[in-house]
Design a protein around this ligand. Sequence first.
Ligand code: SF4
Ligand code: ZN
Length: 271
Amino acid sequence: MDNFEKLVKKSIDKFKMLNKDEKILVSVSGGKDSHAAAYVLNKLGYNIELFHINLGIKNFSDISLEKVKELSNILEVPLHIVNLKDITGKTIEDLKRKHCSICGITKRYLMNKFGYENNFDVIVTGHNLDDEVSFLLNNLLNWSVRYLAKHFPVLPAHDKFLKKVKIFYEIEEDLILKYAVKNNIPFTTAKCKFAKDAITLKHRAYLNELEKERKNIKKQFLYGYLKYRHLFDIEEDFQFRECEICGMTSAGKICSFCRVWKLYKKSKYKN
Ligand code: SF4
Ligand code: ZN
């Protein structure tokens, strides 16, 4: 086991993230983080399968799919692919606005639904320390208190939501990149054309600038949050229920996914 793998194992143990008897679905995007997550979990002996969503973004989705298939071949683990267009009749490309926020809702929903319907115990994503601190900053800037309590590496299962785990929660992006390159893990560096609009990428850029002057500021921010996150732990003022269109767990009558893709227009709901 090399130093990076030891670091990941230590983090998994520290936060009691995963068990060897769990059936794990790793959400892979084509990029280095999720591919390194699948690779290291496979190496550490966890029972994993891969899940990928074809978002239908020109060029970017094609190259991502190619890399995901390469990874599945190397690891010799099953790969499940879902095409957004088959489900919604549209792609991310067809949206007029809010590409990233709708894309985020879509990815979270589809991986959870697939995992739930196929008896997986847990979903693993490749989010790393740099992602976490930029999400955290964004939620602080917006005072999204409901979300501020949820920046934890393990979110427990409830209703039809599976347990979700971020194995790289404490791991910096550059370490993951070095590990991916060292082990010849296939991944693409292609950037989605909508990435420029993502505010969290802007947060990430100035947090990196700050890190040059204040070493370890990102870790300090993250560990400070872990110490004080209980302050944001508020009681939800609603009850989860089943979405009236798709039946998955929802905070309202219709879940965010069915709402943003206007699936009620195709359902009996409005008739
Ligand atoms: Fe989706 Fe935005 Fe990421 Fe593109 S940059 S894949 S639209 S979240
Ligand atoms: Zn729904």
